[in-house]
Design a protein around this ligand. Structure first.
Ligand code: GLU
Ligand code: MG
Length: 448
């Protein structure tokens, strides 16, 4: 397995490209939806790019278009350097870039910048935001003609199964590829539905984990493709089966000492006041956050009861139906105290998702919000409103309205990205709402 390489500066990276015999470098950045875009340069162009940036026309990138400024440039972040393990024939590296305007300012529509700004705000308040996402996804077979539809899950196995789980070797290859790229997976297993898998990422700082999440999605798709399979991060690919979530474990550390500021031994769940305020903030903004952490029309087909996905806006320790879960930890592991947000799904743009999650939590801390009592009853059985807990939005259309009106999250996204994002989602929602589906024809045509 290749060694993890720590790279201090872009200049040093030039030497490394030569010593590793790199032929090409993928300069990557994220569009508003979290899709990775890239420009490939021959390695000899590297110095030029570091000195002057890689210019491109942003107007054709989803969510980037502006009437006055189309020209932007990419500036590589050397800490994201990795060799691409699945690229055969040539030695290829990738580096994730920041998007800058001609005057050198960050482009306000760059999702990575939006996250950096929130992380900076957290640091200003004395917090380092540490997270660990759990990525669920499906592996499907391809038919003889290469088509993926109708969907054919790779196996018939279930949660933690080994006997009929033939995706084991693919999962292992994905994890090995990620390790070569410096992304550490702590655990991986089969999930509940047939063909469904999960990768649990190791805890780390927010920006690094956002970069790692997009990397994991690309790696999983590439490795699956190499094996003639199709990997999907769609939240609910199959009616009546479990959907795929991206639960995110979160904690706030002291940036200097590394002490976990969510921990307090005096509380029954070992949560500090800071943690309780943070949880309260995320509950408060849960509906507006949904539009970013569960961004597709399809996301809302996952957020229904009966599939271990959250519906009610509540929190608890043992409850897998709760929006926020506080996992049990061993007594002497104060560093493990954390809260797990369960509404995100793997189709979210991780940069924007982590930015709004942090902004919501910090708002709770700033305003010293208190969460309601935790709810430990099995929520999957709760079908009425007797607890008085509100529900997450039940459609993308509803979620858009909450995000449109939420000033805290609008501030976190910044006016450019908030407007562009709400507009893009509105168009998506209108397209869905006005589309006549096969379900409607099957349901109604014969009768009416
Ligand atoms: N697949 C479930 C979801 O959509 C989560 C299952 C689990 O608890 O890991 O969130
Ligand atoms: Mg899971």
């Amino acid at each position: 397995m290749a060694k993890a390489i720590t790279v201090p500066t872009n200049k040093k990276l030039g030497q490394l490209l030569r010593s590793e015999g790199v032929d090409f470098v993928w300069l990557q950045f994220s569009d508003i939806e979290g899709q990775i875009k890239q420009i490939t340069i021959p390695a000899r162009q590297w110095t030029e790019v570091v000195d002057h940036g890689q210019w491109f026309d942003g107007s054709s990138i989803q969510g980037f278009a502006r009437t006055v400024e189309n020209d932007m440039y990419l500036m590589p972040d050397p800490s994201t350097f990795a060799l691409i393990p699945w690229e055969s024939g040539t030695c290829t590296a990738r580096v994730i870039c920041d998007v800058l305007l001609p005057n050198g300012d960050p482009f306000p529509g760059d999702p990575r910048y939006v996250l950096k700004r929130q992380l900076e705000r957290a640091r200003g308040m004395g917090f380092e935001y540490n997270i660990a996402p759990e990525l669920e996804f499906f592996l499907f077979r391809r038919h003889e003609d290469g088509e993926v539809l109708p969907l054919q899950p790779l196996d018939q196995a279930g949660y933690f199964d080994i006997s009929i789980d033939i995706s084991r070797s693919i999962r292992r290859k994905i994890v090995e590829s990620l390790a070569e790229m410096g992304v550490v997976i702590n655990a991986f297993h089969h999930e509940v539905a047939e063909g469904q898998n999960e990768l649990d990422m190791r805890y780390g700082p927010g920006l690094q984990l956002a970069d790692s999440t997009v990397t994991a999605r690309i790696a999983a798709k590439a490795v699956a493709h190499q094996h003639g399979l199709f990997c999907s991060f769609l939240p609910k690919p199959m009616t009546g089966k479990s959907g795929s979530g991206m639960h995110v474990h979160q904690s706030l550390l002291d940036p200097v000492t590394g002490r976990n500021l969510m921990y307090d031994d005096g509380h029954p769940y070992r949560l500090s006041q800071t943690a309780l305020h943070f949880i309260a903030g995320q509950l408060e903004h849960a509906k507006a956050m949904a539009c970013v952490v569960a961004p597709l029309v399809n996301s809302y087909k996952r957020l229904v009861s009966g599939f271990e996905a959250p519906v009610k806006i509540c929190w608890g320790r043992t409850n897998r139906g709760a929006l926020i879960r506080v996992p049990r930890t061993t007594r002497d592991r104060s560093i493990s105290t954390r809260c797990e947000l369960r509404s995100p799904d793997p189709s979210a743009n991780p940069y924007l998702a982590f930015a709004v999650m942090l902004a919501a939590g910090l708002d709770g801390i700033e305003k010293e919000m208190q969460p309601p009592n935790p709810l430990e009853e099995d929520l999957f059985q709760v079908t009425d409103r007797r607890h008085g807990y509100e529900s997450l939005p039940d459609s993308l259309g509803a979620a858009i309205e909450y995000l449109r009106d939420n000033h805290v999250l609008a501030d976190a996204l910044g006016p450019h990205l908030h407007d562009t994002y709400v507009e893009a989602k509105t168009q998506e929602w209108i397209a869905f709402r006005t589309h006549v589906s096969t379900w409607e024809l099957n349901q109604y045509l014969a009768t009416y």
